[in-house]
Design a protein around this ligand. Structure first.
Ligand code: DGJ
Length: 379
């Protein structure tokens, strides 16, 4: 008996020691990032919510093989106290495996999910880029789901095309002119075959009645609780920044067009303690990485001034082989922000890696430098 107790104590001690040793204390961008079960984190195109002293990481659950970029499972959520070690909290929003006509039927495309907390309604609100099953990227819709707890389960509410029958603050007279049928059918599947300046097509006017296209997206909550939806619109040619309603479930109708004809994807926004807004996004090259773009503004609705590629050094032209997905404000530290990017692996999407790097401020610009290994003491 004594021997059994002795052996059990040794085993317990060993388990505690190895758990301690397994505790991550730094970020290693581009390396496999194991969760509490020793499994590579599966939350791509993700975003973070900080709520009640915990960080929650939501992202696309990918599977093995070519079909893995379609939503076969749903949106995965993890929690963390320290940003290094993440606990698997399961699937926050599950695809519909029964009703194949559902917007979120298994096989639809659910990308870049983001969750914000509404203090008035006490609901967790998720928005994501939604493409309907078997329709490629044509639908360009935004999906919305809600939950009573950060880890879900989220209930799917609806999908929309934003700002139907609303004009942006900076609408121009030509947008309101009738749009020819030829223009209405002019989309040719990519920026390479659109005219050199898409304003000649008046895609905004084309989609006024049905709602604007919304593909790559993000959410941003300002200090005053107002939330904004940023989305690549007008065949990806132009970004929209749109204010949400007070319950965060729809748009208020107030929005602006920014970076027309710049084909900005992967939009992210953050705000410093000085009240300055910064933007990081990408060019539009499918799953292949490209040079990031950055911009700043004193007002979220602009004017926005482009500041160029924030990346410095080797692989700056590919954003260190990544594409932005979220800028994470580190709690308890002033003006400490982490660039979160995806290193996509479309041939086997589940292998996609995460590139997290600290954002540096250099005079009026922001900068990103490669780091093999780093921790929060850099801030
Ligand atoms: C780039 C986007 O940023 C991704 O979210 C995804 O939509 C791919 N394009 C699809 O090619």
């Amino acid at each position: 008996m004594k021997r059994i107790i002795y052996l059990s104590l040794i085993a317990l001690l060993f388990a505690c020691t190895s758990e301690q040793e397994g505790k991550l204390k730094s970020f290693t961008p581009g390396q496999t990032w194991q969760d509490n079960n020793g499994v590579h984190i599966n939350a791509h195109g993700g975003g973070i919510l900080f709520h009640d002293n915990l960080y929650y990481w939501y992202g696309e659950h990918k599977i093995v093989g070519g079909a893995g970029n379609k939503a076969q499972v749903g949106v995965h959520v993890y929690s963390s106290k320290d940003l290094y070690n993440w606990k698997d909290e399961g699937i926050a929003l599950a695809v519909d495996t029964v009703d194949m006509k559902s917007d979120i039927a298994k096989g639809a495309i659910i990308e870049r999910p983001k969750v914000i907390y509404n203090k008035k309604t006490k609901k967790f609100v998720m928005w994501f880029h939604l493409e309907l099953k078997d329709k490629g990227y044509d639908a360009a819709r935004s999906g919305i789901a809600v939950a009573d707890a950060a880890t879900g389960p989220f209930t799917y509410v609806k999908s929309i095309r934003p700002n139907q029958k609303d004009w942006p603050i900076n609408v121009q007279d030509f947008h309101k002119l009738p749009v020819a049928d030829t223009v209405k059918e002019s989309y040719c599947g990519g920026k390479d075959c659109l005219p050199s300046h898409v304003d000649s097509l008046n895609l905004l006017g084309r989609d006024y009645a049905v709602g604007q296209m919304a593909r790559d997206m993000n959410l941003f909550v300002d200090d005053n609780g107002k939330a904004y939806h940023l989305y690549s619109s007008e065949e990806n040619s132009t970004l929209h920044i749109a204010e949400l309603s007070d319950d965060y479930l729809s748009h208020s109708g107030k929005f602006v067009r920014v970076f027309p004809n710049r084909y900005m994807e992967a939009p992210t926004i953050f705000k410093t303690s000085k009240g300055k807004y910064y933007f990081i996004g990408s060019d539009c090259t499918g799953w292949a990485p490209n040079a990031a773009r950055s911009a700043s503004a004193d007002n979220i609705f602009g004017p926005w001034t482009e500041l160029g590629n924030p990346c410095i050094g080797e692989e700056a032209v590919t954003t260190f082989k990544s594409q932005s997905t979220y800028i994470l404000p580190v709690q308890g530290k002033k003006d400490a922000f982490i660039y979160m990017g995806d290193r996509w692996t479309p041939e086997n999407p589940i292998d996609g890696q995460y590139i997290w790097l600290p954002i540096q401020f250099k005079e009026d610009k922001i900068a990103l430098e490669w780091k093999e290994n780093w921790d929060l003491t850099v801030f």
